[in-house]
Design a binder for this molecule. Structure first.
Ligand SMILES: Nc1ncnc2c1ncn2[C@@H]1O[C@H](COP(=O)(O)OP(=O)(O)OP(=O)(O)O)[C@@H](O)[C@H]1O
Length: 262
């Protein structure tokens, strides 16, 4: 059972997970996790290595579907709709619930095409002018426009690591998502590039429901307002980020934040 703090403001659940378990073959990696993901706050998933943070994150846009041995039980809803229902269009789902990975993974295409690809396949733009406008808006929103506007035809892979990660965020934004999942988005970046991504998360907060998996408790404290602490496949505790770090209710959370393991 998760200890959920009782001082939380009421929010709408953009996404709702109910009793979600995930198996890799016979091995249970996630054990009956329930959580509501609001749009108002950034949610951080923290916990020691191997506790299942990434596994659980990936259930939220069915990224686990790509792992043949993975099986998900329980229910996950987006605006009340079961994302594992048989009629769910997974390509559409992953546009609505975008994802940014540890290692920036731009397509080996131009900066422009990295952003334009999604809107094109999802039919979001009528013509070139509209597509240009989406590309500019997405790059602006990701804080990258000024740096790349003169070289939109250069390869996305030629950018610095931090720029590539902002390009990946712009790419997620371009298809007008409702939720953005970030799996340790700064782990391959230097402190300056990390600070830029953290600023960006603050700017995007409220417009999209954002979930970030992070190894860094400092980062969770800087960017999130809600924190879920995971341990051995269970979600142990959920509350305001400030409370999780200063007044955890559970011994296991206390042990983790004071550096006893992890
Ligand atoms: N593709 C896979 N096949 C089999 N087991 C897996 C697979 N991916 C993860 N696991 C196992 O599931 C458990 C949870 O892993 P997961 O990567 O979700 O944890 P994590 O908390 O994100 O860890 P880290 O912080 O090290 O990335 C671990 O025991 C891991 O070995």
């Amino acid at each position: 059972m998760t200890v959920v703090h009782d001082n939380l403001e009421k929010t709408e659940a953009k996404m709702r997970a109910e009793a979600v378990s995930v198996f890799y073959g016979d091995k249970k990696a996630i054990d009956e996790v329930s959580i509501d993901i609001p749009t108002e706050y950034v949610t951080a998933f923290i916990g020691p290595s191997g506790c299942g943070k990434s596994t659980f994150l990936r259930t939220l846009n069915r990224m686990n579907d790509t792992i043949p041995t993975a099986r998900v039980e329980g229910s996950i809803q987006l605006d009340g709709e079961d994302i594992y229902a048989s009629g769910m269009d997974v390509v559409q789902l992953r546009a609505r619930v975008g994802m940014v990975f540890q290692k920036p993974n731009p397509f080996p295409k131009s900066i422009y095409d990295n952003i334009a690809y999604g809107p094109k396949i999802h039919g979001l733009a009528e013509g070139k002018d509209e597509l240009d406008a989406i590309v500019e808006k997405s790059l602006r929103r990701a804080g990258l426009w000024e740096e790349v506007k003169e070289r939109l035809q250069d390869s996305g892979t030629a950018l610095s690591g931090g720029q590539q990660q902002r390009l990946c965020i712009a790419r997620a934004i371009a298809v007008d998502p409702e939720v953005i999942l970030m799996d340790e988005p700064c782990s391959a970046l230097d402190p300056i590039a990390t600070a830029k991504i953290e600023e960006l998360i603050a700017e995007l907060n409220g417009r999209y429901a954002i979930v970030i998996v992070t190894h860094s408790m400092q980062q969770a404290a800087r960017v999130s307002q809600r924190t879920a602490f995971f341990h051995l496949g269970k979600m142990v505790e959920y509350g305001r980020t400030s409370d999780i770090f200063t007044n955890p209710h559970e011994q296991r959370t206390q042990d983790y934040i004071t550096g006893r393991y992890g």
